[in-house]
Design a protein around this ligand. Structure first.
Ligand SMILES: [Mg+2]
Ligand SMILES: [Zn+2]
Length: 179
């Protein structure tokens, strides 16, 4: 099975310094919906793994998060794509949970649920912690330069073997044509 894990904020939708707190603030990045549709239509499964510490911080509640994800599913569907699952970490950094990236808890959960091998499993993200979460289990880290990605690209701590693309559209094209 071909499956790609996507970070959400800064990859699919525009990130905000004050957190994406409701469905109105959930605004897709140009061509990201089309990118997911192309993946779907090329036989890829798409799963989202996202840190949502805004829940722990009290910036929004589950009702608002569900509304954001309903909007995401609806817009992706209208574009001709499909997101098979959304996994999120609701905790803050001080909780010490195992799901918050850069820890690989969500990646492991997805791999178990979809019966995937971890080696080479691709994850597309815009932050160092996305890349670290997938590199920790031997997967393929892919950085996009949207969201925080341009800044992340300047880091000298990118995991070895990280691929870099301008945006989700270009990263998806690479996966579609090379795997
Ligand atoms: Mg992000
Ligand atoms: Zn967590």
């Amino acid at each position: 099975m071909k499956l790609v894990i996507l970070d959400r904020d800064g990859v699919i939708n525009q990130d905000r310094d004050d957190y994406v707190k409701n469905s109105v603030e959930w605004v897709p990045i140009e061509h990201s919906l089309e990118a997911i549709a192309n993946l779907t239509q090329s036989g890829w499964r798409v799963v989202v793994a996202t840190n949502q510490s805004g829940l722990a911080r009290g910036l929004f509640d589950m009702h608002a998060l569900n509304a954001m994800h309903e909007k995401m599913h609806r817009l992706v569907g209208q574009a001709g794509g499909r997101i098979d699952a959304v996994v999120f970490c609701p905790h803050g950094p001080e909780t010490g949970c195992e799901c918050r990236k850069p820890l690989p808890g969500m990646v492991l959960e997805i791999a178990e649920r979809f019966n995937l091998k971890l080696e080479g499993l691709p994850l597309i993200g815009d932050s160092l912690r996305d890349l670290e979460a997938i590199a920790a289990v031997g997967g393929l880290p892919i950085l996009v330069r949207t969201g925080k990605g341009a800044k992340t690209h300047m880091s000298d701590a990118l995991p070895e073997g990280t691929l870099v693309f301008d945006d989700l559209y270009d990263a998806a094209e690479h996966l579609i044509h090379n795997y």
